[in-house]
Structure formats: C-alpha cells, structure tokens
Design a protein around this ligand. Structure first.
Ligand SMILES: [Zn+2]
Length: 441
C-alpha cells in the first residue's frame, strides 16, 4: 500500500470527533491520530518547528531561504459524529472499489494527507525551500465558531504577533457548480475568496401562560413566529458584491447569449443578473443576506399556553452588511413584546485580492492537474471555514477542493458513507506538489 493511502487509512481510524462540550473530546484519540501522522511523515515532524495551541492544534513551520512570501496550507483533523446507518465501518479507512471510506475522508483528512504527502516528498528530495512554508492543522473547526478556543484563531494570533504576513493561504471549501446554474458551457469549479458572516438570533416573548381553553389575545409564540414569517416574505435586498462580479466576469467567455453580455458588464446589467440569481436558491445566497427560522419552542404540553415562546433565526451575512445592520433591521420589524438576543456573530470576511497573479497561480495549478476543468472561478463562500481567520494576516486566502470526485460525492460530507476516490486523492497530492513548486521553490 502506498504511504499516502496507508497514512490516510491510519488517521481515518481515529474518531477525532469535535464536540461543543469540550470535555467529551478525548485527548488520547487526538494524540493517537497525530502520532500516526508523525510515523508516516517523520521528516516534517523532525524538520519543522512545531507549535501547539489548545493542546491539539498544530502549526508546522518549515524555514525557507526567504520569509517574505510564506505559503500556508491549512486544514483540520476533527470530524463530525456519525449515525448508525453507515453501510461500512466509519472509523477504519475501509477501502473498496478504488474508494476510501470514513468520516473525514473528504472533510478533511484526505486533504490534509495530500498536504503532508506532498511536503514530505519535497523534504525527501532535499530541494531547499526558497520561501517559508506553514502547515496549519486545527482540531476544532467543526465546533470552533461559537466557542472561544478556536485552534485556527490561535494560530492566526501567534503568526500575527510574530509579524508574519502570509502570501497565500489554501484551505478547504472549494465547490462545484453545475454549468446550468450560470448558463455556461462548462461545469464550474469555484475557489472561495471570502466568506459570509454568521449569526443566530433568538426572538423571544415571555408571558403568563395558563390554560389553553382561555387564550389571551396573542399567545407567546405568535409574535416570534410573525417575525419568522416577516423575514421569509421580506428577504434582504440583493447586492452585487465584488466576489460575484469577479465570478461572472470569468464566466462570461463560456456563457450563452445574453448572459455573456450580462456577465461582461455586471454593473450595467445588474437587474437581469439579480433576476436570474434570485430564481436559484444556491445563487441567491451569493448576493444577499439570508435569514431563516431553524428552531422554535413553546410550552411543553398540548393544552398549556407557553410562558415563553421563541424562535431561532439563522442568519448568513453578505459582505456589504454587518451583524449590527441585520440586528437593527430585525429590531425594526419585530412585535412590541419580542426581545431579540444574539450571543454570537461572525462578521463577513474581507475579499481576497484577485488581480495580482496569486489567484491565477492557484487556479492554473488546478487546471494543470485537472485539464477538463476549464472554468475555475472565484466566488463568495456561503458556509463558514477556519480560513476566515486568516484574512487578518493575508490578502490571498483561497478555499480550494483538490479532489474532483468531490463533485459526485459531496452528499457524503457530514453524512453516511463519506468517501474519497483514490484516483482523486492521487491528483490532490499532485496539486499540492505543483503548488509547492509554484510558491516555495
Ligand atoms: Zn471541514
């Protein structure tokens, strides 16, 4: 068995599950996983200066001749829990029909091993590094956002305090879009160049409660629900953010008429672009803030009036707005008894710089490895990744998927029978090897 496959099989065997309740995270499992990694990749562990944060987050620093344009390859080795309905063992690195199965195969132990394998091969070849190289391996990405011990944030703060400015950061989160979404002739591989913000807002009413046979004019759950209905019937206004503009401009040569014209001059044809984007929920999320009711609560019995009625609104904030803007808007439209509360918000990130050749270096490397990927475009990332912290110390933070089999197997991420094609895995290693040549050699 190839070292890369054996390494991936080994680390998939450790159930490094992330829990918001940190006491449930088993230190021995995380340590075992890192030991398995070090036994497969001894040169990285012996050559790099290693820093740890919050016990299990690792930052590897390999010194180059120069430190002015460091490259950072980022990832996380925690995973989400599994259900009982997997058809193969989820923590064994089960191999079948040219696929390796396991929780984390795509998200994102496969990606991490592709990074380690390419860097170890580079060290084995004794080629001196021209630029500094960092490998960042977080241990609580899946649950880090609402806690205060994010490994990725700690790594960022450490580098920031050292005055390090990363030339380029590559993390997970690239996506695939079917050609039909944008009326183009090729499927689209998307590189995330910035992220929407995230916020949960609880809308709550407290009431006296009582017997449901004698209800008051308005019971406690109705007013929060009215706000829930309001946000779905009065959606946030669309906005042409720079990430979307760039995405469209690069799609223009592949688009059918009249979209080719719209995409070439997006500002001029904004109304048409909005019209077509808003028909497609995936695209609509690229151009506006979204808010949706995800949870609600009332009384605990069918014939009891609620003493407390509440809903949770999950909000994803577009780059032109802030959590404060959204909170204020909702505050203006809530009922008089409703109290809004938000314990936690991530603001939208900056958008990476695109016109200075760094993005093109990453996208052309991807196209070299996958010649059939003709359309690699920048886009806003809808979900949250650890890469969002790195915009503080880098102008080029890119979320890339190095595996083209992700397109077919994306539905297995955070779901049953997560799997990575071994052919794609090889290509992913090749992608990182070529990226290293382009950036640090
Ligand atoms: Zn992930």
């Amino acid at each position: 068995m190839k070292r890369s496959v054996s390494a991936l099989k080994a680390i998939l065997s450790y159930p490094t599950i992330s829990y918001s309740n940190r006491s449930l995270m088993d230190d021995a499992i995380f340590e075992g996983c890192v030991n398995a990694l070090s036994s497969h990749y001894p040169l990285i562990f012996s050559h790099a200066q290693i820093f740890t944060f919050h016990k299990h987050t690792y930052l590897f620093h390999l010194k180059g001749k120069y430190s002015d344009k460091p490259l950072a390859l980022m990832g996380h080795y925690d995973v989400v829990p599994v259900s009982k309905t997997w058809s193969v063992p989820p923590f064994e690195g089960h191999i079948q029909d040219n696929y390796i199965y396991g929780r984390g195969a795509l998200d994102m132990k496969g990606h991490l091993i592709a990074v380690f394998e390419s860097v170890e091969q580079l060290l084995e070849s004794n080629t001196p590094l021209l630029q500094d190289l960092y490998i960042m391996m977080g241990h609580n990405e899946e649950t880090g956002s609402d806690e205060h011990d994010s490994g990725a944030e700690a790594m960022m703060m450490h580098l920031k305090n050292q005055g390090v400015h990363l030339h380029c950061v590559i993390d997970e989160g690239g996506d695939f879009l079917d050609q039909k979404h944008l009326h183009v002739s090729e499927d689209i591989h998307v590189i995330g160049i910035g992220e929407k913000g995230y916020m949960d807002i609880i809308a709550m009413v407290n009431d006296a409660g009582g017997h449901s046979s004698t209800p008051p004019n308005q019971s406690a759950l109705v007013e929060p629900m009215q706000l829930g209905v309001y946000v779905e019937t009065h959606k946030f206004k669309p906005y042409l953010n720079p990430a979307v503009k760039e995405m469209l401009k690069r799609c223009a040569p592949f688009a059918s008429f009249p979209y080719s014209l719209y995409y070439t001059f997006p500002t001029l044809f904004k109304p048409f672009i909005f019209q077509s984007f808003l028909k497609d929920r995936k695209l609509a999320a690229h151009i506006r803030t979204t808010a949706v009711t995800t949870m609600s609560g009332g009384s605990s019995s069918m014939n009891v009036l609620p003493q407390q009625g509440w809903i949770n609104l999950n909000v994803r904030i577009a780059p032109h707005q802030s959590s404060q803007d959204v909170f204020q808007t909702l505050n203006q439209h809530k009922g008089s008894r409703v109290v809004l509360k938000s314990d936690f918000a991530n603001e939208p990130t900056k958008i990476s710089i695109l016109n200075d050749g760094v993005f093109d270096m990453v996208s052309s490397t991807l196209k070299k490895v996958y010649p059939h990927m003709k359309l690699v475009v920048p886009a806003l990332m809808i979900a949250a990744t650890d890469a969002r912290y790195m915009h503080d110390i880098s102008d080029h933070v890119f979320r890339v998927c190095p595996f083209d089999s992700m397109k077919e197997d994306k539905h297995t991420v955070h779901a049953d029978d997560e799997r990575l094609s071994l052919t794609s895995f090889e290509k992913g290693i090749d992608f990182f090897s070529q990226l290293l040549s382009a950036f640090v050699l």
